[in-house]
Design a protein around this ligand. Structure first.
Ligand SMILES: Nc1ncnc2c1ncn2[C@@H]1O[C@H](COP(=O)(O)OP(=O)(O)OP(=O)(O)O)[C@@H](O)[C@H]1O
Length: 281
């Protein structure tokens, strides 16, 4: 039995003639302890896929199974790091992380929770800002809080929806390593959704391209046969890295070309203007 399995999963938004099947017939198996990356273009259906796996939305057809059971709603067992860090604006960094930790570890006492929160805030390099509110932080800092919050809950499976996109290269590299450490030490299972092929190769055991939607579906998988721990500085000299990278990029470029030809349809916009605006300009 796979740890996570998607069986012929499709998702349609809208109804009748306005409906769009965003993803179609996705089949995916992830084994316990694996690190899988899905790479895809913007707007290709990546977040839809994450939301289906997380249980935030239901498939229109097909099944999402977690440890053999259908996914019904969200669960602490699957921790998601979202692209748009959803922090509570009226709470400090400490309180934002503590709230999640309390929920995941309801039996822990105050000092255990404090220690747990402080260690994850330190891990993302935000100890100096622990009492600040989100509005006092940069976008990158907010995203680091969101990473700390998700990892502090120690989910069995870490699901990441382009979690590091807003970060500078150095912070991004450090967090990639922290996520890999946690995945490795705590024997987690991980799914990373990214548009960065190099990030996928550095982190994952397998990379699967998401062919862009409508009707997005998974392409062939690429196995990353590079020993761990991987050394970022040496990857460019690694023949296996270069070969896999070239193959994935060639594949994505080919489907990108197909996508262009499909998107060259001319859409006519209605010639409308609100009455109050007519003759104003
Ligand atoms: N609730 C919704 N109702 C209708 N259409 C939706 C809904 N959510 C997403 N879509 C459409 O589904 C398609 C895929 O969206 P999705 O957010 O899954 O893509 P994505 O790959 O995560 O995009 P990005 O990389 O830009 O975040 C888009 O065309 C989007 O407009």
């Amino acid at each position: 039995m796979a740890y996570l399995e998607l069986k012929n999963v499709s998702k349609t938004y809208g109804q009748g003639k306005d409906s769009t099947e965003v993803i179609s017939n996705i089949n995916l198996k992830i084994e316990e302890g694996e690190f899988v990356a899905i790479v895809g273009f913007t707007g290709s259906g990546k977040t839809t896929l994450v939301n289906l796996i997380n249980g935030l939305i239901k498939p229109t057809s097909g099944e999402v199974l977690f440890k053999g059971e259908p996914v019904v709603g969200t669960s602490h067992e699957r921790g998601v790091i979202f692209q748009n860090y959803s922090l509570l604006p009226w709470l400090s960094v400490f309180q934002n992380v503590a709230m999640a930790v309390k929920e995941a570890f309801p039996k822990e006492n105050k000092s255990e929770i404090k220690n747990r929160v402080e260690s994850y805030v330190e891990m993302v390099g935000l100890t100096h800002a622990i009492n600040k509110r989100p509005k006092e932080l940069s976008g990158g800092m907010r995203q680091r809080v969101a990473v700390a919050r998700a990892l502090a809950m120690k989910p069995e499976m870490i699901i990441m929806d382009e979690p590091l996109g807003a970060l500078d290269a150095l912070t991004r590299g450090n967090l990639q390593d922290e996520i890999l450490n946690i995945w490795n030490q705590d024997k987690r299972t991980a799914l990373l959704i990214t548009n960065d092929v190099d990030e996928g190769i550095y982190m994952a055991d397998r990379i699967i391209p998401l062919k862009p939607g409508p009707n997005a579906t998974l392409g062939p998988e690429f196995i990353i046969d590079i020993d761990r721990p991987r050394d970022k500085t040496e990857l460019n000299d690694n023949a296996s890295f270069m070969k896999t990278r070239n193959e994935i990029i060639a594949y994505l470029m080919a489907i990108g070309e197909d996508r262009k030809s499909v998107s060259e349809v001319e859409y006519l916009l209605p010639d409308l203007a609100p009455k109050s605006f007519v003759d104003t300009f």
